[in-house]
Design a protein around this ligand. Structure first.
Ligand SMILES: [Zn+2]
Length: 431
């Protein structure tokens, strides 16, 4: 409750928002998703009667540097609370992705017991555990106490509980020394002060060290209409166009890039100090070309995107409404942040979705913020046999349809909300 009170006191920083990178005024809207609660604020049963704070969820694009960003509204310290529920190791496909990354980097950089690997936002140690097994010294940096504790106590990963930025980088350089590799997977978008964060990498890298950044690619968000990936914890929506400028200002340079299937289409950027002798790769030039072709350096594609949330909402409500009209029961799968944006923007609650399930014990027994849909353990699907299951973490569709293949025994079917709401074809999960 203390948190709720402090949040009600929060106000926007200024009447007209400014770019978090270049300070230009933000007046070009990208998506207006109304007012929603914080996406990871799961509610305990005893708090269901409390007033739930809601905040504007509005994204803009900067006309000057093309950084797509949320209007500055919620403080980082109130988003990443001690009971912050997301745990990276809960997804088996994400673990496999992490393991591949570790194998690739050990090989490419010839990492060994003489090296130092640091991960920013190291969560529960899901990634560093694989470097540790290979005998490479690791340090995790993680502001959320609950997952940092799991990393230390269950995986033996040295983890420092702090946010990362210039000051922390200076401290770390003194205490543990500079790094051969700094990994930053799915954290760049979550950082409120992107300039301070990126500057820390320049300080903490060895002259020949590299940093890798993974983030959902804005180009895919736009092409596939993934507006549900917009939520309060996610301050920036990143393109190579915007990031090359941000890194340059910090004395860093992108030299390679790779497209990844994770999170509906991500980029991994390989970054080095500006003066390091690493040549630009053709892969990087290719992605630059794709963004140029999509005109990400102009206003037009951002203005066109603004209509997408409205059309998805209309289509999803029509689909779910037609099923309810036939007396069908509908459950959801998962309790990801993106699911809360989707449900709250579309105004979907327990009138349409009976319950959702999630593998994370920290979420079970609680309720989704805003929609107040109850969250059970995965066994509830088999016990209650819903006619339809709406998959909220659509980026994990293969894993989920595989795990829940048994719903076909009672004629159950899956619904996917993105890129536009649809029933999964029988053929998709028949093999
Ligand atoms: Zn800007």
């Amino acid at each position: 409750m203390e948190d709720m009170v402090s949040r009600i006191m929060l106000k926007p920083k200024s009447a007209s928002p400014h770019c978090r990178h270049c300070s230009a005024e933000l007046d070009l809207p990208f998506a207006d998703l109304g007012e929603t609660p914080i996406a990871n604020d799961f509610i305990a049963a005893e708090d269901l009667h409390c007033i739930e704070p809601r905040y504007p969820l509005r994204a803009f694009v900067c006309r000057n540097c093309r950084l797509v960003q949320l209007e500055d509204f919620v403080r980082a310290d109130s988003v990443f609370r001690a009971d912050y529920a997301y745990q990276s190791s809960m997804s088996s496909s994400w673990l496999a992705h992490a393991q591949h990354y570790v194998e690739d980097m050990i090989e490419a950089l010839k990492l060994g017991s003489h090296s130092r690997v640091i991960e920013i936002a190291s969560n529960d140690g899901y990634l560093l555990q694989y470097f540790k097994v290979a005998g490479i010294p690791v340090t995790g940096i993680e502001p959320a106490a609950s997952v940092a504790k799991i990393a230390r106590e269950q995986r033996g990963i040295p983890t420092i509980e702090t946010f990362f930025g210039e000051n922390e980088a200076l401290n770390l350089r003194e205490t543990i020394g500079p790094a051969d590799l700094i990994a930053a997977n799915n954290v760049l978008a979550h950082v409120p002060d992107i300039n301070d964060f990126v500057a820390g990498f320049r300080i903490l890298l060895k002259p020949n060290g590299i940093a890798t950044f993974e983030f959902p690619h804005l180009l895919n968000l736009m092409k596939l209409g993934q507006f549900d990936t917009i939520y309060h914890e996610h301050f920036s929506y990143l393109s190579l166009t915007a990031l090359e400028r941000i890194f340059r200002k910090a004395g860093l340079r992108v030299f390679d890039a790779k497209e990844l299937p994770t999170h509906g289409g991500s980029l991994r950027l390989f970054v080095c100090p500006s003066e390091a002798a690493l040549a630009e790769t053709d892969a990087l030039k290719g992605i630059r070309g794709k963004e140029k072709k999509a005109s990400l350096d102009t206003d037009a594609p951002y203005l066109a995107f603004a209509e997408k949330p409205r059309s998805t909402k209309t289509a999803l409500l029509a689909l779910l409404g037609s099923l309810k009209a036939k007396g069908k029961t509908i459950a959801a799968y998962g309790a990801p942040a993106k699911g809360n944006t989707l449900l709250n923007y579309c105004g979907i609650g327990t009138d349409i979705i009976d319950f959702t399930v999630d593998r994370a014990p920290s979420k079970q027994g609680r309720f989704l913020p805003g929609s107040h849909i109850p969250i059970y353990g995965p066994e509830a699907i088999a016990a209650r046999k819903p006619d339809f299951v709406l998959i909220l973490p659509w980026n994990l569709v293969s894993e989920i349809t595989n795990d829940l293949a048994f719903i076909r025994t009672w004629g159950g079917r899956f619904i996917l909300p993105m890129p536009s709401p649809h029933l999964l074809e029988e053929a998709f999960y028949a093999n």
